[in-house]
Design a protein around this ligand. Structure first.
Ligand code: CU
Length: 173
């Protein structure tokens, strides 16, 4: 065995160890939106697949903002959609696909240290109760159209009543 193949074998061994550790949870299609050059906040969206036992997304962190939180949207008594901090995180059942998407659950960046622009990649660490930390490279894509028709199947989401003014500062929409 040459040095080169030995090195490749070692690298492969390390890679498969790492992958085995987080294999139960996979994260795909991440993207982030910020609401302009003067933005103080942003939001990230992605699809989380749980191939293992029930788990829970309990934390998020990133150097790009002073605070990173798990948020969702809830309708208040007046039918206005509001963003709320979900301190207990998002449970993800065994075999479930959990989408973080606009109008629903999302990652919120509050107090941006610097405003990322289109195409920038932001490093985000997701912490799961069982799977541990998963680092996700999140590209900024302000042009991305919202997904339609899936993940909102509870019928409670009425966009005609959404108060966009109230959420303007948040970029969560
Ligand atoms: Cu939010």
């Amino acid at each position: 065995m040459t040095y080169k193949t030995l090195f490749a074998a070692a690298a492969l061994a390390i890679a498969s160890t790492t992958m085995a550790f987080a294999a139960d949870i996979t994260v795909s299609d991440p993207y982030m939106r910020v609401s302009g050059a003067m933005a103080t906040s942003g939001a990230a969206f992605m699809v989380i697949d749980n191939h293992g036992d029930e788990d829970r997304l309990i934390g998020v962190r990133s150097d790009i903002a002073q605070k990173v939180e798990l948020h969702t949207h809830l309708q208040d008594a007046n039918g206005v959609m509001k963003m709320v901090h979900v301190a207990e995180g998002f449970p993800i059942a065994a075999g479930e696909t959990h989408a973080l998407q606009r109008g629903g659950d999302h990652v919120m960046f509050l107090g941006l240290n610097s405003v990322p622009v289109q195409g920038d990649v932001v490093e985000l660490t997701l912490t799961f109760e069982k799977a541990g930390d998963i680092v996700v490279e999140v590209p900024v894509d302000n042009d991305r159209a919202p997904q339609m028709g899936n993940g909102m199947g509870n019928g409670k989401m009425d966009h005609s009543k959404m108060n966009h003014g109230a959420m303007k500062a948040g970029a969560g929409n």
